[in-house]
Design a protein around this ligand. Structure first.
Ligand code: HXC
Length: 260
């Protein structure tokens, strides 16, 4: 039985982690299915953006502790599950919007908070809570928590969350810059899909270049990042959609994107 649901709303792919009885804990099977669903949407020309959410009260309570419990050092070290999740999501070209309902409690093997941070944008329901509670079960974040959280909210707040395991609210996560916007719980998914549609209605190659350039800011020095950005900016001049966008603006009409 599949552990996730996958559907399309116009040009937006919607993936719902569907293991609510275990708060969408990220088992190895669920991660494999997630990567497969993301790749299917990524290669579908009808899809311009992907929304990822969780069924029930949790986006994801993190890695499946039952699967982790009996791991030895060697098992954990040799297991590619975590690397596959990080690399697999990084390889998705189209924007992924995490719509975080309920808790997003992150744990070692690609936990919920870490999974959300691998996405390009995070929207949260007003009751969502974010945490890195690994220290409470004798380990530390292992899917980017110590690295991405610092970049998202700064060392002071990230260190406090990681050392205490305390949760922060969606509102605090928004103030700190982890979350783009907080919505009432019942509006979260429709709003995330609406934003996904607005992104998907633009030129896909332009959106993919913009995402790639922004993501490079976390990897590169400012000098190299500026060079990377300007090369992609120059590359947009090879697109029909760049010509169409500027021409449409000058002719005061709506652009007709051809994704070319
Ligand atoms: C497997 C999980 C799970 C997880 C919850 N469940 N989280 N199963 N892996 N990560 C299961 C519970 O065992 C329970 O199953 C069911 O989901 C409902 O969970 P409850 O605890 O009863 O719900 P609630 O009281 O609402 O508490 C919600 C919660 C809590 C605060 C999110 O579930 C929780 O603390 N979960 C663990 C999340 C967490 O701490 N993650 C980070 C830990 S650090 P049954 O069958 O009993 O109904 C970490 C690091 C791992 O995990 C590092 C490994 C190397």
């Amino acid at each position: 039985m599949s552990l996730l649901l996958s559907s399309m709303t116009e040009n937006v792919g919607l993936i719902t982690l569907n293991r609510p009885s275990a708060l969408n804990a990220l088992s190895e099977k669920l991660v494999k299915e997630l990567l497969q669903a993301l790749n299917e949407f990524d290669s579908n020309p009808e899809v311009g953006a992907i929304v990822l959410t969780g069924e029930g009260k949790a986006f994801s309570a993190g890695a499946d502790i039952k699967e982790l419990n009996d791991l030895t050092f060697v098992n954990a070290y040799m297991c590619k599950f975590l690397q596959n999740l990080n690399d697999g999501i990084a390889a998705i070209r189209k924007p992924i919007l995490a719509a975080v309902n309920g808790y997003a409690a992150s744990i070692l093997l690609g936990g919920g908070c870490e999974l959300a941070m691998m996405c390009d944008l995070i929207y949260a329901g007003e009751t969502a809570k974010f945490g890195q509670p690994e220290v409470k079960i004798g380990t530390i974040p292992g899917a980017g928590g110590t690295q991405r959280l610092i970049k998202a909210i700064g060392k002071a707040k990230a260190m406090e969350m990681i050392l205490t395991g305390d949760f922060i609210t969606a509102q605090d996560a928004e103030k700190a810059g982890l979350v783009a916007k907080v919505y009432p719980v019942d509006k979260l998914i429709p709003e995330a899909i609406e934003i996904g549609k607005r992104i998907a209605c633009l030129s896909t190659p332009v959106i993919v270049m913009a995402k790639e350039a922004v993501n490079q800011a976390e990897e590169m020095s400012l000098k190299n990042g500026l060079l990377f950005e300007s090369r992609l900016y120059h590359a947009t001049f090879g697109l029909n959609d760049r010509k169409e966008g500027m021409t449409a603006f000058l002719q005061k009409r709506k652009a007709q994107w051809s994704n070319s």
